[in-house]
Design a protein. Structure first.
Length: 74
């Protein structure tokens, strides 16, 4: 069980937020409802969705790497 207080838990949490927001950006109703704010606290989710869509290949590689790390090395 990873917690957010360790470094690898923080990386997993960040990757999950980025992947979830990138998926929500592709769904039109969720994009209008959730990712309309570009500033403030909810702007973090908008910025994560932009990172997820523009850097989809490095994010996917990071997800596979973290999955391998959690399953086999930890």
């Amino acid at each position: 069980m990873t917690n957010v207080y360790s470094f690898d838990g923080l990386l997993i949490f960040a990757l999950l937020v980025i992947c979830t927001c990138a998926y929500m950006r592709r769904v039109p109703r969720l994009k209008q409802w959730f990712l309309s704010e570009k500033k403030g606290f909810l702007g973090i989710f908008y910025k994560a969705s932009v990172i997820g869509t523009r850097l989809h290949l490095p994010v996917a590689v990071a997800c596979v790497t973290m999955g391998f790390y959690i399953l086999f090395l930890k």
